[in-house]
Each structure stands twice: as structure tokens, then as C-alpha cells.
Design a protein around this ligand. Structure first.
Ligand code: NDP
Ligand code: ZN
Length: 357
């Protein structure tokens, strides 16, 4: 089979590999819709995970089941499925403690395009199919459904972790597809005022549709000054970090009220190794005592998460297809779609590749 792989840091290309083998609890799936992620960009062009060779990329997919193992009960060949970006080992100690995304060590639930070949291929392998696949409801379009495995799951995790109370003021730093999903999640969680920080016009439009009440451009002055001024100096009850480099942490802490939560879903992919330090503002953080608490999350995965996100979409709570700004057709267009995600033109939110089966 062919797949689009990271050949080495900064280099991608199509390669041939053996079709993966199916264990008793597993499934082999063919892609129906795929989307490149900014995390693929971190992986390839920033070498965030190290120098991987011939690792098939991609972790955002809808698919059609091609084969299931003998122990799989709820799925059969031909079923249309949502494939979570994160496919935990549900029997592990970390999963039983309530942290399934971290099974097998930090970020260990993230297997596709990290510790095994990803979904940008003619076939891909899904571990624990009954726990990690969800049926794709007919009512959900491919453009909408392909946002569930990562964009909605991660963005909503940002809002869940931010402990948003009814009427709370929230700042979402970064309004790519992750930040936009976080805005939609913050609104569903009952936020009052929502500041959206970003500049891409397409994203600004969707931010307003999803519930942003105030748009802030970090390019036109300090984010912290602008939000502080707009809140009479108070700052916000919750911050969700969904973009930017290491300096974004200082903005988040400085714009947060004492007693607030800073919920990070950003991937700090740039750096030179294990010794790197991410900076926090000493005074803004109350010298470490202002009760400005920092939460972090890797995208939640698994079947129930996908089924619940599908409920959100099916009942009209939000329309994720609004983020699919660039639609490609056919597996061969994947490279172009991924390069678009790297270049981030001003009219882009998220490219989607539809593969007819
Ligand atoms: P995008 O690159 O599409 O969006 C980034 C956003 O951040 C843009 O709106 C950009 O503004 C904004 N931004 C850049 N610099 C600043 C700044 N200094 N202050 C405020 N905003 C800024 O990324 P995605 O939405 O696709 O992904 C966001 C992050 O989430 C990535 O790091 C990605 O890897 C990570 N991620 C994490 C996951 C997890 O499991 N935790 C899962 C998936 C992704 P502008 O509008 O000007 O471009
Ligand atoms: Zn991703």
C-alpha cells in the first residue's frame, strides 16, 4: 500500500509499505476523509518528535472498516467509522486513573503518526476497535465528521479544562481550527464574554459565528493590554491557549485573574531538546502564588468521546464543517493539503481531503 510519510525532518514523500496486520481486537480501515493537522507540521518541519524515518503521517480520519479481528464485536467490514486521533490502551493503569491519553507514558495514547504509522495511507491499523472506533452517523457530512477526531475533541477539552462557569469571561488565544473549536466549546459551557485572539479573516468570521464577542489582534498591540482595557483592568476568568510560541504563556498568565484557570491545548513544538524551558511571568503569576492554575490536555480519544461529539453535531449545537475552508478530492491530493497546512494562507482554516470509497 502507499502512504504519505515523513522521510526525515523537513522532508515528506509517498512510500510503499506492507498493509498492516490485524490483531484479534483490532481493525484495518480505509480512509474516507482525512485532514492534516498543525501537529503534523510540528512533527515534520520542526522535528518536534525527533528525526523519524518513513513514518506515515496523519491522525485525523473517517474511514470504512476493511477487516476486523476475531474478538471485535461491534464493527464489521463496510462500516463507516469515526477514527479518534488518540487510541488509548484502555486496560492500562493511566486509563484507569482517568488519563487515557497518557497511556504508556506521556502522550502515549497518541499512536498514529507518532509511535506507529498514521492514517495518510490506503489502509491503517486501529488498536482495540470496539473501544476506539465509533460509527459515523449518516446525518454527519464527511467535512463535519473529520473535525471530530482531533479538532472538536481537543478544542472542547480546552474548554472543559478551563472550568468555565455561566457568564464567565474567557480569552481564547489563537483561532485556528483548535481555537475555534475551543470558542464553540466555551459557548456551550456557558461563557458570557469570549475574547478571540487571532487575525486570519476566515477564522475571525467563524470565531464570531461560534460565539466570540470580541476580536483581538495580537499584531495590533499587546494582547494583555487590549483585553485588560476591555475588562476595566480585571482580566478574564479563564484562558484557553490554542496557538502562539513560548511567549504566549506569559500573555495567558498576565491576562488571567487570580483564581482563574489557564487551559493549554497548544503544542510547543519548537525547541532544541530536553533541556528547553518554557517561561512563566514571575510577577504576573503572583510569584507562583496567585492561584492562576495551568491545566494541559492531549486530545481525548476513544469511542464514547467520538459518540458524544457526534451528538453535539447531530443536534445542531455547532457546525464543524464551517472550518473546512479547502476541500480536496482523492488520496493523491494529500501532499498539497499538508503543504497548505504548513503555509497557512490567510483564507485557510482547515484543509480536508475526501476519498470516495
Ligand atoms: P493554527 O496555526 O491554525 O492557529 C494558530 C492560531 O494562533 C492562529 O489564529 C494564529 O493567529 C494564532 N497566534 C499565533 N501567534 C499568536 C500570538 N502571539 N498571540 C495570539 N495568537 C497567536 O493552529 P491549529 O488551530 O491547527 O492548532 C493550534 C495548536 O494546537 C497547534 O500547536 C497544534 O499543534 C496544537 N494541537 C494540539 C492538540 C492537542 O492534543 N493538545 C491536538 C491538535 C493540535 P493568526 O490568525 O494570525 O494566524
Ligand atoms: Zn492533530
Amino acid at each position: 500500500m502507499k502512504g504519505l510519510a515523513m522521510l526525515s525532518i523537513g522532508e515528506i514523500g509517498w512510500i510503499e509499505k506492507e498493509r498492516p496486520a490485524c490483531g484479534p481486537g483490532d481493525a484495518i480501515v480505509r480512509p474516507l476523509a482525512l485532514a492534516p493537522c498543525t501537529s503534523d507540521v510540528h512533527t515534520v518541519w520542526e522535528g518536534a518528535l525527533g528525526d523519524r524515518h518513513n513514518l506515515i503521517l496523519g491522525h485525523e480520519a473517517l474511514g470504512v472498516v476493511d477487516e476486523v479481528g476475531s474478538a471485535v464485536r461491534d464493527f464489521k467490514p463496510g462500516d463507516r467509522v469515526i477514527v479518534p486521533a488518540i487510541t488509548p490502551d484502555w486496560g492500562t493503569e493511566a486509563a484507569q486513573r482517568g488519563f487515557p491519553s497518557q497511556t504508556g507514558g506521556p502522550l502515549g495514547g497518541w499512536k498514529f503518526s507518532n509511535t506507529k504509522d498514521g492514517v495518510f495511507a490506503e489502509f491503517f491499523h486501529v488498536n482495540l476497535a470496539d473501544s476506539n472506533l465509533a460509527h459515523l452517523p449518516e446525518a454527519i457530512s464527511l467535512e463535519a465528521g473529520v473535525m471530530l477526531p482531533d479538532m472538536l475533541s481537543t478544542g472542547f477539552a480546552g474548554a472543559e479544562n478551563a472550568h468555565i462557569e455561566f457568564g464567565a469571561t474567557v480569552a481564547v488565544l489563537g483561532i485556528g481550527p483548535i481555537g475555534l473549536s475551543a470558542i464553540a466549546g466555551a459557548k456551550l459551557r456557558g461563557a458570557g464574554r469570549i475574547f478571540a485572539v487571532g487575525t486570519r479573516p476566515a477564522a475571525v468570521r467563524v470565531a464570531k459565528e461560534y460565539g466570540a464577542t470580541d476580536i483581538v489582534s495580537y499584531r495590533e498591540g499587546s494582547t494583555v493590554d487590549q483585553i485588560r482595557k476591555a475588562t476595566g483592568g480585571a482580566g478574564v476568568d479563564a484562558v484557553i491557549i490554542a496557538g502562539g510560541g513560548p511567549d504566549i504563556l506569559a500573555d495567558a498568565v498576565n491576562v488571567a485573574k487570580p483564581g482563574s484557570t489557564i487551559s493549554n491545548i497548544n503544542y510547543f513544538g519548537q525547541g532544541s531538546g530536553d533541556e528547553d524551558i518554557l517561561p512563566l511571568p514571575r510577577v504576573g503569576w503572583g510569584y507562583g502564588m496567585a492561584e492562576k492554575n495551568i491545566m494541559t490536555a492531549l486530545c481525548p480519544g476513544g469511542r464514547v468521546r467520538m459518540e458524544r461529539l457526534a451528538e453535539v453535531v447531530m443536534h445542531g449545537r455547532m457546525d464543524p464543517s464551517r472550518m473546512a475552508t479547502h476541500i480536496f478530492r482523492g488520496l493523491d491530493t494529500l501532499e498539497e493539503a499538508l503543504l497548505l497546512m504548513k503555509e497557512k494562507p490567510r483564507d485557510l482554516i482547515k484543509p480536508v481531503v475526501i476519498i470516495e470509497q
